[in-house]
Design a protein around this ligand. Structure first.
Ligand SMILES: Nc1ncnc2c1ncn2[C@@H]1O[C@H](COP(=O)(O)OP(=O)(O)OP(=O)(O)O)[C@@H](O)[C@H]1O
Length: 374
């Protein structure tokens, strides 16, 4: 008897997923394992807010994909349910100036954006703080990816305004949680003395998950996201190993989703090793893609120029860059430093024959992989 070629295949409305949303970036997992001590530290810092007092400030550090944002989202979810506490999480990769941070806070408090005609920072600040005092609300602000405020030289001013709000507005109660994934950045040391003197945070460190922890977390995700039997234990082990090598849980979650989509494309009701292999290259470059995504037009332009002039002197690269953007050398150097801090490029002094010492710019990633994602 001839085999039915369609047997075991998926029709259009069939899927390997039970709930694909489980693999999206904005999904907050129901079960949040292996972070008990970190959550405790943060709860301790925030507890005074529930009683209507100013909370302690906190500092959350750890490599990418270790659950820092999720911890804040979980706690804010609980705190936000309490009357009298206003929580705001600002993604500093997108809002990387003091003005932008306060615009987000304004929006959270008033439920609409500040006037687009633009008002002065002072007005914005006064409206926010007046409202807090009037409503007797405690404000807790999480500056997520705060490293971006440092790259833009905005960190000290932003923190100064937040931490000293009560000096200009008696009764204002503001607490701050800083979240940084740049372990090379010494946050406290980089702040101005005037901010350091008022910023003594509780610290919570988020280390990378080991392989067993990764397997248990991804196991939860598979259960919630895939249909029964679509992902075998062996396949999950393989994905966990790959994720542990990358050190970032996000890579594993992304890999599961892509592999699921790939299985569907083959019309297979089961995700197989070949699906994982086919998509692992893309998942590996997840970090790179995320970092490139957050760059401004000029920063992208410089990435393109460095990709074309990999390993050349900073002065020579500037010649090409300035033709494309009209930016001056000072701004150029600032962008070079930011891309260097983001580990997108390396800017190192080298002795060049007959030319003394000079900075040389090279890409941290494969130029082809960079160009594809710009
Ligand atoms: N313990 C955990 N249990 C379940 N899911 C987790 C856990 N930790 C992290 N995740 C998931 O891993 C992904 C990355 O987590 P998260 O965004 O919280 O990391 P992060 O440390 O803030 O990363 P980054 O520094 O890059 O912003 C998210 O999809 C999150 O849901």
């Amino acid at each position: 008897m001839a085999e039915d070629p369609e047997e075991g295949m998926l029709s259009w409305d069939e899927t390997v997923f039970r709930d694909e949303h489980v693999f999206e970036i904005d999904y907050v997992p129901e079960v949040f394992r292996h972070r008990e001590s970190q959550l405790q530290t943060l709860q301790y810092a925030l507890r005074p807010a529930v009683r209507g007092n100013r909370p302690l400030n906190a500092m959350v550090r750890g490599p990418p994909g270790t659950g820092k944002t999720t911890a804040v989202q979980k706690l804010f979810g609980e705190l936000g349910a309490q009357t009298g506490v206003r929580t705001v999480r600002v993604n500093c990769q997108h809002d990387s100036t003091r003005y932008a941070v306060f615009s987000r806070i304004f929006e959270a408090i008033f439920d609409y954006e500040p006037p687009s005609s633009g008002i002065s920072f002072k007005k914005l600040f006064n409206q926010v703080t007046d409202k807090l005092v009037e409503r007797e609300e405690v404000l807790v602000v999480a500056l997520d990816d705060v490293n971006y405020l440092f790259y833009e030289n905005e960190a000290s001013d932003t923190l100064y305004s937040l931490l000293r709000a009560h000096e200009t507005h008696a009764g204002a109660k503001v607490g701050v949680i800083l979240v940084s994934s740049d372990l090379d950045l010494n946050v406290i040391e980089e702040l101005d003395g005037r901010v350091q003197s008022v910023f003594r945070p509780e610290e919570a460190y988020f280390p990378v998950y080991d392989r067993t922890e990764i397997a248990s977390i991804l196991g939860d995700r598979v259960k919630a996201g895939f249909r029964d039997g679509a992902v075998s234990t062996e396949l999950l082990d393989r994905v966990s190993e790959f994720t542990a090598d990358a050190g970032d849980l996000r890579v594993g979650i992304d890999l599961l989703r892509r592999a699921g989509l790939h299985a569907e494309m083959r019309a297979s009701p089961v995700v197989e090793e070949e699906d994982v292999d086919a998509v692992s290259e893309e998942a590996k470059h997840l970090h790179l893609a995320r970092r490139l995504d957050g760059l401004t037009e000029n920063e992208r332009a410089l990435m393109e120029v460095v990709a074309d002039h990999d390993g050349e002197r900073a002065g020579d690269v500037y010649e090409v860059f300035s033709e494309r953007t009209d930016l001056g050398y000072t701004r150029y150097t600032e962008i070079v430093n930011k891309l260097d801090q983001l580990d997108l490029i390396r800017a190192e002094y080298e002795s060049l024959e007959g030319r003394g010492r000079s900075r040389v710019l090279s890409l941290e990633h494969d130029p082809g992989a960079v160009r594809e994602r710009l």
